[in-house]
Design a protein around this ligand. Structure first.
Ligand code: ATP
Length: 256
């Protein structure tokens, strides 16, 4: 399989603190790749660098074979590389369905010119967005709360909605940062099932930071272990869990 994301020899320091230290990773297209490691290993920093939210000091990031080093997050978003929280948090005063309908970046209705001079086109696009939002809300299992205000949804339902919003874009790679945190077991099962379906049926590639090892074990292959800003080891969850270095650095330390 081809790499859809490649991080090559990336360095990043905050002041004198080297946080990412000659780090190289490959994320294969169509994979659900896990990124784990002790607190402070640099996982979120690496995510921010890949997603264009943080400039790197040296090295290169490639997406689908192209150099995207230090390209801004919104440009990457339009190319289909996004991290979940990049999509604005839910608008609490809008319904779940309306939240989905807010996502498409180039709605014709947003332009005054279009609204005045091409009302037919605006109506057609709105109808199309609504149709897609209804499909997405069915897919993520939130049809029954589609007309609830997003502010009234449970934590897990909000995470499902967040995942749903990625489906309103033409995402190719989604970076998920601790999506399981604060989600009850039942909804976590739904979340995992939806991630698997998006991967299988829609070809999404996922890179997943997660402290919940059960979720990593169920979802991710391969798993990359980051420690002190560089890759310690990469492999299947079984290989990772039986690796003495990992046990010492990761499972032996005080991490969830
Ligand atoms: N903007 C910043 N300025 C200064 N230091 C930072 C900044 N962002 C992160 N750090 C430091 O970089 C190191 C790595 O942080 P990062 O959040 O990337 O780790 P992590 O592996 O995601 O940790 P956790 O699992 O706890 O979320 C930490 O020591 C953190 O304090």
């Amino acid at each position: 399989m081809a790499a859809i994301i490649e991080v090559r020899h990336v360095h990043k320091a905050f002041g004198g603190l080297k946080v990412i230290d000659d780090c190289s990773i490959r994320v294969e297209e169509g994979s659900i790749t896990g990124l784990i490691g002790p607190n402070g290993a640099g996982k979120s920093t690496l995510f921010n660098i890949i997603a264009g939210a943080l400039p790197l000091d040296s090295g290169q990031v490639r997406f689908a074979g192209k150099d995207i080093t230090n390209r801004p997050a919104n440009a990457l978003f339009h190319q289909g590389l996004l991290r979940t929280f990049q999509i604005a948090h839910e608008f609490t005063q809008l319904t779940a369905l309306e939240n989905l309908m807010m996502v498409p970046p180039r709605q014709a209705g947003e332009s005054l010119f279009n609204a005045w001079f091409q009302p037919g086109r605006v109506r057609r696009e709105e109808a199309e967005v609504r149709r897609r939002a209804l499909e997405v809300i069915d897919f993520i299992g939130l049809h029954h709360v589609r007309n609830e205000l997003a502010g009234n949804l449970s934590g897990g339902q909000k995470k499902l909605l967040e995942l749903g919003r990625t489906m309103m874009t033409d995402a190719r790679v989604v970076l998920l940062d601790e999506i399981a945190a604060g989600v009850n077991r039942t909804l976590l099962g739904d979340l995992v099932a939806n991630i698997e379906r998006l991967n299988r049926e829609m070809g999404y590639t996922f890179l997943v930071i997660e402290h919940d090892m059960a979720m990593i074990a169920r979802l991710c292959d391969p798993v990359i272990v980051l420690a002190q800003g560089r890759v310690m080891v990469e492999g299947s969850i079984e290989e990772i869990q039986s690796n003495p270095e990992v046990i010492e650095a990761y499972f032996g330390s005080n991490v969830a």
